[in-house]
Ligand binder design. Structure first.
Ligand code: 13P
Length: 254
């Protein structure tokens, strides 16, 4: 049984949504939000909005990050952003390995591993996303699938660095589908991920944060976030509307 962690992490992934005016308006509302003491709120915006985050969120308690970075410092990588680019605009977090990056943009574990190492060396906290497709869940092979994703992404990463990473379990079949994983499945899968990390890095179990993502809404947040082993949530669609996001951030403790 893992001791209750200090706080929860409420993370929003805006994906490729909102125009400039909408983003500004939502960020302004977010900057004035109240949030439970010791909890952490992070918004992952399209990178073009990072300067806006710097302007609006700098004096608030909300952190922000990028949805993607490239690992190289600089050079002929047309269309990419470096870690220095995002950190220069105050981003302190970055998503790595979101299933949309893996599946639509073909990002493989070798690339994700380089991104993790690059971010860690720049003191930017990576949020490493893992999650199985429906077939693996139905065939009950999801544990082996998740273990492989973790093992490959973490090659050459030491325990001290592994502790700095935030892990997010996002079953692909639950993303944007309205199908949330059942609390029992969330608990056992998050526990499996925690134990796997502990197997890879002895003693790390109580220090890592593991989030759940996939159709988290204001109607199911209380049940999900109070599930054992759930240290927070990574929210897509329901984070785009202020009232809905506000309710999620101000979940009820059960
Ligand atoms: P939804 O909350 O829209 O299902 O998206 C989850 C997600 O992919 C967050 O990264």
């Amino acid at each position: 049984m893992v001791k209750k962690l200090r706080n929860k992490i409420l993370a929003a992934n805006w994906k490729m949504n909102l125009n400039r005016l909408e983003a500004f308006s939502l960020l302004q509302k977010i900057s004035n939000m109240t949030i439970r003491e010791n909890d952490k709120e992070i918004v992952f915006v399209p990178s073009v909005f990072l300067p806006m985050c710097e302007e609006v969120l700098t004096n608030s308690c909300v952190f922000y990050g990028a949805q993607n970075v490239y690992f190289e410092e600089k050079g002929a990588f047309t269309g990419e952003l470096s870690i220095t680019h995002i950190s220069d605009f105050g981003a302190r977090y970055a998503l790595v390995g979101h299933s949309e990056r893996r599946n639509i943009f073909g990002e493989n574990s070798e690339l994700l591993n380089k991104k993790l190492k690059g971010l860690l060396s720049h003191n930017i906290t990576p949020v490493l996303c893992i999650g199985e497709p429906l077939k693996e869940r139905e065939n009950k092979t999801y544990e082996a699938f998740l273990y492989k994703q973790l093992k490959e992404a973490m090659v050459g990463i030491c325990a001290e660095d592994a502790k700095k990473i935030i892990y997010a379990y996002e079953p692909i079949w639950a993303i944007g589908t309205g199908k949330t994983a059942r609390p029992g499945d969330i608990k056992t899968t998050l526990e499996f991920i925690r134990n796997t990390l502990n197997y890879m890095y002895e003693g790390i179990k109580e220090e890592v944060y593991i989030l759940y993502g996939g159709s988290v809404k204001k109607d199911n947040i209380d049940e999900i976030i109070n599930t054992n082993h759930c240290d927070g949530v990574l929210v897509g669609g329901a984070a785009l509307d202020f009232d809905s996001w506000n309710r999620i951030v101000n979940y009820e403790v059960k």
